[in-house]
Design a protein around this ligand. Structure first.
Ligand code: FAD
Length: 300
């Protein structure tokens, strides 16, 4: 029986594990994909206090190294179901664990365009990760869909490899930080099409082009790669029978990270909040685990 089970080895989950282990609690950290979570897709993090500039992968490595040096039990497994009684039973793709308290830190996943054949074309012309797939498009022509910081960073990163990068922006402005926009504007091989949406993906097994729509009507565009960077969506649907989830799929929890079940906490991007960043994920991981420790103390 674990004192604290943490689902999700992103920034929030790993922070919770660090604080939990240091508080002398028996902690289990479960990660189904890659330790580090979303930030591993970022080529450069420049707003985390203490690091002027660090790659997302290096940030994640440092955090994981810190966790690994503490007495935290680690499971590389995907959680598929959670049962609630006086504590929790966590079912994964290969095991089952009992916990007195639970911290859910499952973050978010990439938002998809929702177009026909999108799933089949992922890895065959469609990508959600420039860092992973960008080099495959060396000297080729690609488009980036999106207008926020992630899309801007994606375009900047791709401009180093690709012959031409075109950003397709649904509205009439870029929504990123000004220093990122300034950096983007310095790139000679990046152009921006505003008020433009992607209507159709072309190609059965490999992306050959797209149909875009803007003030000029619908136009066909031949391209080699389409990088989709239109934000993140929560993936907390499998908790809906045990805790409250809002209409957008986020776990309902305030700044104290408490859910409607007294021994279940939600930390990081998966919970209802206004700002989803590394700093707020770290804060949540800390607050959630302190909440779990207090619950355990009061119970004993
Ligand atoms: C491209 C990009 C660039 C970014 N750049 C910045 C930046 O420069 N600065 C900044 O502050 N923030 C940045 N962010 C945002 C930042 O990455 C997030 O706010 C932060 O990662 C949230 O951490 P988290 O731990 O809540 O969730 P996540 O990082 O999403 O981690 C959740 C983890 O839970 C795991 N998980 C999910 N479901 C299960 C399951 N069923 N079983 C087991 N494991 C599961 C996932 O695999 C994942 O590892 C960026 C995000 C992206 C996508």
């Amino acid at each position: 029986m674990f004192d604290i089970i943490i689902i999700g080895g992103g920034t929030a989950g790993m922070t919770a594990a660090i604080y939990g282990a240091r508080a002398g609690k028996k902690c289990l950290l479960i990660e189904g994909n890659a330790f580090g979570g979303q930030i591993i897709y970022s080529s450069s993090v420049e707003n985390y206090p203490g690091f002027s500039k660090i790659s997302g992968a290096e940030f994640a490595d440092k955090l994981f190294e810190q966790v690994s040096n503490l007495p935290v039990e680690i499971a590389y497994e995907e959680v598929v179901k959670v049962d609630v009684g006086s504590g929790v039973t966590i079912h994964t793709d290969s095991g089952e664990y009992e916990g007195k308290t639970l911290i859910i830190a499952t973050g978010t996943k990439h938002r998809k365009l929702g177009l026909e054949n999108e799933e089949a074309l992922v890895g065959n012309g469609i990508s959600y990760c420039a860092l992973c797939d960008g080099p495959l498009y060396k000297d080729q022509e690609v488009c980036v869909v999106g207008s926020g910081n992630s899309a801007i960073q994606t375009a900047i990163f791709l401009s180093e490899y690709c012959k031409k990068v075109e950003m397709l922006v649904r509205g009439n402005v870029l929504k990123g930080e000004q220093n990122q926009i300034d950096l983007l504007n310095q790139k000679n091989n990046v152009s921006i099409l505003y008020n433009t949406t992607v209507e159709k993906l072309l190609g059965d097994t490999e992306l050959t082009g797209i149909i875009i729509k803007n003030e000029n009507g619908e136009t066909k565009k031949d391209l080699n790669g389409l990088f989709v960077s239109i934000g993140q969506v929560p993936d907390a649907s499998y908790f809906k029978d045990i805790i409250e989830i809002d209409e957008y799929g986020y776990i309902v929890a305030g700044e104290d990270c408490k859910t409607n079940v007294p021994f279940i906490f939600a930390a990081g991007d998966c919970r209802t909040k206004n700002v989803r960043q590394l700093t707020t994920a770290v804060a949540d991981g800390t607050i959630a685990v302190i909440g779990a420790c207090k619950y355990l103390e009061n119970k004993n």
